[in-house]
Design a protein around this ligand. Structure first.
Ligand code: ATP
Ligand code: MG
Length: 295
């Protein structure tokens, strides 16, 4: 992919160990070197094709797995990213998990338990549509959710968020040291654009199903969510699992940026189809002969 997109990855990455300010440093309306959708269309199509090729090698190699985490406020475009960006990829090598409020059984375990079961196997790309990061987002914004978690009381108090950041960093380090590549995207939509998209969901009958009255209630906590996201980004963007803040007010740019970061990450793995052994090569020749000599 051209360098225009290469630069983008550095612009969007939350630098590990540095302190960012979401509002000051990341503009939800940013579109990089691209003025309009049309400028990006060809690149996105090429990016999707390239991703399909990388994914095919990832699958054949069966060594690495790629875990993509998507976090965002409602209507930021998570679903659209999954649908469009992954459209060229072979469904056999893909899996998507959407994490909702935990079930009774899940609440009887530690919060990472349900995530373990959903991790992509080697050779696969797995998407977490929301993730264990909700444990430092929605749970932080709504203390009553933490109240309902069956933690020992002495573990619910002060210091819990810092502890969870540390736990998550350790978990992701463990994954990366075992062949999983972890990529995390925060789709950064503005409050004004979210309102526009909610109104559209209310006004257009075919979009009504996407809207829930709860979404407006969550919106009332906008500033608390932004603060929780900022703290999360500042504590959990690491070299082994960096966060990317993707501008989300223009859907076409969101998709282009996510595809670019995924492709550059896969490119860095230097994937290749497995080299056939001498023995396998002989077998291929033998089979060819058999087929050709069939009566
Ligand atoms: P959509 O775009 O379809 O609305 P969504 O991801 O918002 O997608 P919903 O079913 O609307 O899906 O929301 C899932 C809800 O589950 C969110 O409100 C989220 O905060 C909540 N949730 C996810 N993980 C947890 C968790 N660990 N604890 C509590 N709530 C959680
Ligand atoms: Mg929702």
């Amino acid at each position: 992919m051209p360098s225009k997109l290469d630069r983008l990855r550095d612009v969007l990455r939350v630098p590990p160990g540095k302190s960012i300010n979401l509002k000051r440093d990341y503009d939800p309306g940013y579109t990089g070197d691209f003025a309009k959708k049309k400028d990006a269309q060809e690149l996105l199509a090429a990016g999707i094709q390239q991703m399909a090729e990388y994914q095919s090698q990832l699958y054949a190699q069966n060594t690495y797995s790629l875990l993509i985490i998507l976090q965002a406020m409602d209507a930021a475009g998570k679903d659209g990213v999954i649908k469009h960006v992954m459209s060229g990829v072979n469904p056999q090598g893909m899996q998507v998990f959407s994490f909702k409020a935990p079930s009774d059984e899940e609440l009887d375990h530690d919060y990472l338990w349900r995530n373990f079961k959903a991790l992509p196997e080697r050779g696969r790309i797995g998407i977490f549509n929301r993730s264990y990061y909700e444990e430092v987002l929605v749970v932080r914004v709504h203390p009553q959710i933490l109240e309902r978690q069956r933690l020992p009381p002495e573990l619910k108090g002060k210091g819990i968020w810092k502890r969870r950041f540390d736990e998550i960093n350790a978990f992701e380090k463990y994954l990366s040291q075992n062949g999983s590549v972890v990529l995390k995207f925060f789709l950064n939509v503005s409050k004004a654009e979210q309102k526009k998209r909610f109104l559209e969901r209310i006004e257009l009958p075919e979009k009504n199903w996407k809207f829930s009255a709860d979404d407006v209630q969550e919106r009332a906590h906008w500033d608390e969510y932004q603060a929780a996201y900022e703290d999360m980004l500042n504590h959990t963007s690491t070299n082994h699992a960096p966060w990317y803040v993707v501008p989300a007010d223009h859907k076409w740019f969101t998709r282009l940026a996510v595809a670019a970061v995924i492709n550059q990450t896969l490119r860095d793995l230097k994937l290749a189809y497995p080299v056939i052994s001498e023995e396998h090569q002989q077998e291929l020749l033998k089979s060819k002969e058999l087929l050709e000599n069939e009566a």
